[in-house]
Design a protein around this ligand. Structure first.
Ligand code: UDP
Ligand code: MG
Length: 213
């Protein structure tokens, strides 16, 4: 991490949404507007934060985040010194998220925030990892669907830690899970594999993955 650019408020929030971003200047403000409104409904008093991880953007992504923070200090960010890729950016985000539950999301609205209330409800019922599962992959081009399917089958054939098919990084993790993942020594990380390895009480919520905005 090169920089923690925005001050931390004193009190840790209930929910942290962690959002790796690379060259997404157009996406920041719409994301904050739409996701922030839903977080306000879920946690009006307990608080939330949206923690962007600027993954070496070359455009005005960081400026857009600063503008969003000036409007609403619950928007925070860390800034990486160069592009490290989404897995590393997400890892850095988990290190700096302060919520009792942490939710990685993509900024392009492919992870629908309308699912968040259901995720949080399951967590409040005691589930420690609520992972999103895609109902269908029709929005993906055929080659991506084929390679993804082959990949997960091959992975689950050789590995004891099965990755649920059609589950991505979009999920809610209890603080306990986040701390276990953070304690791992792996540096070159495949987050979905580490999530599967971690265990804990798990449940799925289904969603339809939207087109990239
Ligand atoms: N992203 C990132 N670093 C990268 C590439 C992507 O942080 O090197 C972010 C990107 O800005 C987005 C998320 O990771 O918020 C998912 O990226 P994308 O939508 O391109 O991936 P896909 O939908 O194909 O999984
Ligand atoms: Mg996407």
């Amino acid at each position: 991490v090169a920089d923690v650019i925005l001050d931390q408020p004193d009190v840790a929030p209930l929910l942290s949404v962690v959002v790796p971003v690379k060259n997404e200047e157009q996406g920041i403000l719409p994301f904050v507007a739409r996701v922030g409104a839903i977080l306000d409904e879920i946690a009006p008093t307990e608080g939330w934060e949206i923690l962007f991880v600027d993954d070496g953007s070359a455009d005005a992504t960081l400026a857009a985040i600063v503008a969003a923070h000036q409007r609403d200090p619950r928007v925070r960010a860390i800034s990486l010194s160069r592009n490290f890729g989404k897995e590393a950016a997400l890892s850095a985000g988990l290190d700096h998220a302060r919520g009792s539950a942490v939710i990685p999301m993509d900024v392009d609205m492919q992870d629908p925030p309308e699912v968040l209330p259901e995720m949080v409800a399951k967590w409040r019922d005691g589930v420690e990892m609520v992972f999103g599962v895609r109902r269908c992959r029709d929005s993906d081009p055929l080659p991506k669907r084929l390679t993804a399917s082959l990949y997960y089958r091959a992975h689950n054939w050789v590995s004891q830690d099965k990755i649920p098919e059609n589950a991505g990084d979009f999920r809610l993790m209890d603080r306990k899970v986040v701390d276990v993942i953070r304690a791992l020594p792996e540096r070159n990380r495949f987050m979905k594999g580490l999530f599967a390895w971690a265990g804990f009480r798990q449940a799925a919520v289904e969603y339809d993955r939207a087109e990239r905005e």
